[in-house]
Structures are given as C-alpha cells and as structure tokens.
Design a protein around this ligand. Structure first.
Ligand SMILES: Cc1cc2nc3c(=O)[nH]c(=O)nc-3n(C[C@H](O)[C@H](O)[C@H](O)COP(=O)(O)O)c2cc1C
Length: 334
C-alpha cells in the first residue's frame, strides 16, 4: 500500500511540507495545494514559490492544478514538467463557493459532456508527466458517479484519488463507501485497476482506454481506519490522508508500521513549525493565527489542560505564546 499526504490549501504549504518531511519522511507522495492558471504564460509568484523545486528539495511532491480551462492546464502543466515533476494532478474536488462559482473543482463534475471535452483536449497533448485526478463523487447528492467514472475511464489517467463525498457534503458526515466502490464494480471497471484495456472490455465501452490505479481519501485518522479500508478494498493502490495527518504528523510512519509520536517528537515538531513560520517574518498577528490553525489540528491528539490551551489561544504576543508553551510542555501527554 502507498500512503500520500493530501493537499490542503493554506495548511500544507512548502514550509509545512519541509518541516513534515524533516521529521517524518514516510509519505510515498505529498500533494501540493492547487495552482490556478491565469491568462499569463507564468504561474503567479506565490504559487510558483510554493511549488518551485528549490523549495521542495527531496520531497516526493505532486503538484496540483485547479482549472476548467484545458489550455490553462496545459500551459501550467508544461511549466511543471520543465521543473521536473513527473506527475501532475487535476483537482475535481474543491467544494469552496468561490471555486465552484467559477465552474472549477467539484463544479466540473456537474456536466459530464464538458468534463469529457476537457479531458479530450488535455489528453491530446503529448505529456511526459503522468496525469492523475483527485475527485469527489459529484456536485450534488443526486449526481451519478458511474456516469463520471465512464468519462474517467476513457482517458489514460494514471491514478484516481476518490474522496467519496459529494460537494454538498463538504467535509461532513461519513465517506460514502457504497458510492466509492462503484470504481471497482461499474460497468467500465470489470478488470483490475492499473490494467490497460486490451479489447476485452464490456461492449458499451468502445472508447475505454484504461482503469487508473485507485487511491482512497477521506476520514483516515489512524492505522485502524486505514486497515478497515484496505481490507474492505484490497484492489486499492494507495490511501491519502489529510486532516488526520495534520493532527498527527507521525501518521505516515505509523501507516508504514512505525511507532506513534512521542512527546519529545511532538515538541520538536512544534518548535520546528514555530521557527520556520516565525522566520518568514510574518506580522505577529498572522504568525499567531498560523500557530492557532496548527493547534486546531494538534489538539485532536495532544492531551493537555484545557485552561492552558485556552490561555494559548488567547495569546496576543509571541512572548505570551512562548510563556504558555513552557507550561504546556510540562503538562502535555500524547
Ligand atoms: C483546509 C483544507 C484545504 C484543502 N485544500 C485542498 C486542495 O488544495 N486540493 C485538494 O485537492 N483538496 C484539498 N482539500 C481536501 C483534502 O485534500 C482531502 O480531500 C479532505 O480533507 C478529505 O480527506 P481527510 O478526511 O483525510 O482530511 C482541502 C481540505 C481542507 C480541510
């Protein structure tokens, strides 16, 4: 089984990835948050900096593109290939209103005719890199996931990551496994994931090229969660972890059979995150906001006196933050 770190916009930026890789280099791939092509022949500077190979040394990084414009995908894809990336991921899952209102992300799943045309155009291009896709089940809960799969299976998508929720679910509720398994049972998927169709496909799949490798994503917070998925679906090639991996940075190591994070490892990880973001020279308010965002995840695995955490959240200066952190270090348990 392969294990991936999910892309999380504003969380898994290059600073986070560098720190995560220094302490827990166990992910088979780390996906970068999306890049949005614009009309220009370049990537916008902030996104370019995040994805630039110099800022991602030794990290098994897969860049991701969010667009409904195939020309934009090809333009940015070419730049990413020139940077040396060997896989480029397409985002078909983002549920954010500002994205969906521009017909991008999960909105692309609403119209399979347009989706097909998008794929037709991007696969006309001669890629050196593999093209992978990260998708939801559809825009609304009456979407037909099989119809969407029918489009995917017409194209040589290398790996298909499925977050089995509709856009309308956002991140809530349980992943819809009965929909997820259609990737194995749908009429176009009657052979092994990763196979190339050699003419023995079902009769109605004349345009069928291949079935991609399948990656599962959604609510994997522990090794037990991952085992439940991998034993239920032995066909899957990989599991992607988002929120669970931010809450517990050692999740990748545990999934590979290693030990849970110790208290000292957590403190080292925290201090590295603290220093790495501090050294960016952010305004104090923004820096503290960043640390609080990290704590909103860590608090799910770190046990500590509620009063101390409340005090930490109320810190208005780095001095206050560091002073509370001294008490937290003495008090915390994992
Ligand atoms: C704050 C946040 C930012 C996200 N940004 C992205 C993104 O840039 N690209 C993407 O494909 N998915 C993004 N996602 C979705 C995650 O990659 C993942 O699919 C989702 O969190 C479900 O996995 P999980 O239950 O393991 O967290 C984001 C999710 C969150 C919570």
């Amino acid at each position: 089984m392969n294990y991936y770190l999910a892309p999380m916009d504003s969380v898994t930026d290059y600073i986070y990835r560098q720190v995560a890789w220094r302490h827990f280099p166990y992910w088979d791939k780390m996906f970068a948050p999306f890049i949005q092509p614009n009309d220009k022949p370049t990537i916008v500077p902030k996104e370019d900096f995040d994805i630039h190979p110099d800022n991602n040394l030794d990290i098994p990084l897969v860049p991701q593109i969010l667009t409904c414009d195939p020309e934009g995908f090809i333009r940015v894809g070419n730049i990413l290939e020139d940077y040396g990336y060997t896989e480029i991921n397409l985002n078909l899952g983002c549920p954010a209103r500002v994205v969906v209102s521009k017909s991008k992300g999960s909105a692309m799943l609403a119209d399979t005719h347009n989706l097909n045309q998008f794929f037709q155009r991007i696969f006309e291009h001669n890629w050196k890199a593999k093209i992978s896709v990260k998708t939801r089940l559809g825009l609304t809960d009456n979407a037909d996931f099989e119809e969407i799969l029918d489009v995917f299976f017409r194209y040589p998508i290398d790996e298909l990551t499925i977050h089995p929720r509709f856009r309308s679910d956002f991140y809530g509720g349980e992943p819809r496994l009965e929909e997820f398994e259609k990737v194995f049972t749908s009429r176009h998927a009657k052979f092994n994931a990763g196979d190339v169709c050699k003419g023995d496909c079902p009769t109605d799949s004349s345009q069928h090229v291949s079935t991609p490798k399948v990656c599962y994503n959604g609510n994997i917070f522990s090794t037990i969660d991952a085992e439940q998925i991998s034993s239920r679906y032995p066909e899957i090639h990989s599991i992607m972890c988002g929120r669970g991996a931010i809450s517990d940075p050692s999740l990748g190591r545990q999934l590979n059979g290693g030990a849970p994070m110790s208290k000292d490892e957590f403190i080292d990880f925290h201090n590295d995150i603290y220093e790495s973001y501090f050294n960016l020279g952010l305004k104090e308010r923004h820096f503290l906001h960043k640390m609080m965002e990290m704590w909103s995840y860590w608090i799910k695995i770190v046990k500590c006196d509620d009063e101390l955490l409340k005090k930490l959240r109320q810190s208005n200066t780095v001095e206050e933050y560091l002073s509370v952190m001294k008490d937290i270090e003495k008090n915390l348990l994992l």
